[in-house]
Design a protein around this ligand. Structure first.
Ligand code: TYM
Length: 334
């Protein structure tokens, strides 16, 4: 069975990079798969968020975002990572298989180390928890942005090692970095990222978004000079929101010489066109946390049935199954 799974951390404002790099491609992809899972990686967020009220709010922001963007919780599995205890047991078991050298080479950990940040153990073992998220559901495809590719490869390496040791138990996942999930640039030209403070929030009011768009860095070409589309962040972002006809039109305006202020206005307009109806849906969903809880809880119950079956298989493979437990677990799973 082809299974897709992806998660987002509620570790800050949901931004245009998450939307274009992960949410849109993941929802598109669901149509091609027999089983698709989406989750809120709330326990992963604990590596960086220390404010409980903020974390609480960000979890619901994210839940409402996925639903507003078109995720269908009936036809897919939509849940909070923290509602699946099996993830954490599997993470321990996988941690006993994962070579330390593999985690030493993880980009996110190396970057934190290079920046001289105080690193908690959660940052270091992050990829193991992520491997558990993925492997627990026999995932074959993980749609993510480029920055998460290495993490998915680590999950695959750990699964391969597990299978070499214990037999053919875990499915091997592949990252899928779609066309759209290029690295979305932020205001300063670097990857749009909560940690670089260069994001355009997805649900910012139109006026605030326009102000941020006006801050996007450009070169010093004069208004009438013909401009290159490839190297223009404004154009690259525009393309991701516009129809092919709109994109072709802006391309002609670049060739003819467009002022940067006009290009930015065109970008702010096309973003608003696409996001305004979604924002209305988002606000309605976000206003009812109890309803969001019900949706997430139902998703978790369904997801746990699969999780229990995988964990029973893993426990039996490594030799810690309790007699009778796997049969009982298999029953609850069906
Ligand atoms: P997170 O929360 O940092 O990002 C969520 C998703 O958004 C993508 N993304 C981007 N794509 C393009 N351009 C950008 N500027 C940009 N910024 C973010 C990310 O690639 C990601 O797909 N570790 C994960 C969460 C996670 C997960 C998982 C994902 C936990 N377990 C299992 C997949 C499978 C993370 O921190 O993503």
């Amino acid at each position: 069975m082809k299974v897709s799974l992806t998660g987002i951390k509620p570790s800050g404002t949901v931004h245009i990079g998450n939307y274009l790099g992960a949410i849109v491609p993941a929802i598109e992809l669901a149509r091609r798969f027999e089983r698709s899972l989406y989750f809120i990686a709330d326990e992963h967020a604990l590596t960086s968020v220390e404010d409980p009220a903020k974390l609480h709010a960000q979890i619901y922001d994210l839940a409402a975002t996925w639903l507003a963007c078109g995720l269908d919780p009936e036809r897919t599995f939509f849940y909070r990572q923290s509602a699946i205890p099996e993830v954490f047991e599997l993470a321990w078991i996988l941690g006993c298989v994962a070579p330390k050298g593999l985690l030493d080479r993880a980009h996110a950990y190396k970057a934190a180390l290079a920046a001289g940040e105080a690193i908690n153990v959660g940052v270091y073992t992050y990829p193991v928890l992520m491997a558990a998220d993925i492997l627990l559901f026999d995932t074959t495809v993980v749609p993510v942005g480029k920055d998460q590719k290495q993490h998915v490869e680590i999950a695959r390496d750990v699964a391969e090692k597990f299978n070499r040791l214990y037999g053919d138990v875990l499915a091997l996942p592949e990252p899928e970095i779609g066309d759209q999930s290029m690295t979305v640039p932020g205001l300063d030209g670097r990857k749009m990222s909560k940690s670089y403070d260069n994001v355009i929030p997805l649900w910012a009011p139109a006026a605030q978004r326009r102000k941020l768009v006006m801050r996007i860095k450009t070169n010093s070409q004069a208004p009438a000079e013909p401009k290159d589309t490839e190297s223009s962040e404004i154009f690259q972002l525009y393309r991701l929101f516009a129809t092919p006809q709109q994109t072709a039109q802006l391309e002609r305006r670049y060739a003819a010489g467009i002022g940067w202020a006009d290009a930015k206005t065109a970008l702010a307009d096309v973003m608003e066109e696409r996001l305004a109806p979604l924002r209305a849906r988002y606000e309605a969903l976000r206003a009812d946390e109890a309803a969001l809880d019900r949706v997430l809880e139902q998703g978790a119950q369904r997801a746990r049935a699969i999780a229990r079956a995988t964990l029973a298989r893993v426990r039996a493979a490594v030799g810690i199954a309790t007699p009778g437990a796997s049969a009982a677990q298999r029953e609850t799973a069906t």
